[in-house]
Ligand binder design. Sequence first.
Ligand code: NI
Length: 394
Amino acid sequence: MPIYNSIAAFHDEMTAWRRDLHANPELGFEETRTAAFIADKLRAWGVEVHEEMAGTGVIGVLRGPGAGKGAIGLRADIDALPMTEETGLPHASTIPGKMHGCGHDGHTVMLLGAARHLAETRNFDGTVVLIFQPAEEVGGQDSGGARMVREGMFNRFPVDTVWGLHNSPNMPFGTIGVRTGPAMAASDSFDVTIEGKGGHAARPHTTIDPVAVGTQLYQAFQTIVSRNADPVESAVLSVTIFQSGEAYNVIPARSRLAGTVRTYRPAVRDMIERRMGEICAGLAAAHGCTIRLAYDRGYPALITTAAESAFAADVARAVVGDDKVDSDIPPVMGGEDFAYMLEARPGSFVRLGTGRGPDTPLVHHPRYDFNDEALPIGASFWVKLVETALPRRA
Ligand code: NI
């Protein structure tokens, strides 16, 4: 079975919705117009609607005609990025500094298209929870996905499994990829301040030089991944900021090192944070200075479950064909806040290929635009997933 004919029949409408959302992007937790757009459509199709979830999120609940107890959650993110669009397209962002640069406009519309079809046909048994999540791009532990889980979404709308989808312009059009286990990285940031003792550069013995301490700290940090982490595990520790001093003849009083840590396994993440703290304390004692470490945990690693990832691959094969599905795509070191939902429930996260060739601008590029040709494929994937996971009993 390729895409649903009945979904292809309203491809033009989905394209119009997507371009409307694209022209009117809203940043995380400001998605009021977008949320109203979603809620109005769902209501018109007879879907039960709950608004103001985690601020500007929308939940739709669809029930099949039978008495089935199964329930699944399908999630789309709805926010735009703080960047200025350079596509020059007729439907380009009308707001400088705001752009749907990651295709969340397309994610929103693919789930809306599925909702419309499911509401009309109800060819399933059980409950589908449509999760339109705000603020995926804001980062940190107060992102939309984190807040929805923390504010009890899955208690209010219980689901057995939860599923997400992201467009991938770097994958060939119409392909679908999925991976079991760690698929995207935990994404943390750190900030270290070294308080030494400033003074004249010609009298170093009267100072505690925070640049000298900082270079040792930098070197010591590099041994965490190379000497403390199991070599078969993946981890990145990058110092991206090293600031100190202003004059040729002054030893400064302080220096600052900051950067990012990316990991897949929670134990590796814990180890790196712990070792950074130990190194800071040890170097402070060795040099008689003060070293403060602020370690800020961002999104956890996105970890899919095996059964659900295999199931998603089977559904994908039914929609786009065996030869267009890769059930073992490589992991990436980027972050994604759907990880919080996958911490709370089993599920998976698929990538839908939307490439237009080797020169396709990738997500977060100012000339990126979601590929509308993919709308009926994504919507069909969602519908097929629901009808397979929650089959209607005769
Ligand atoms: Ni995204």
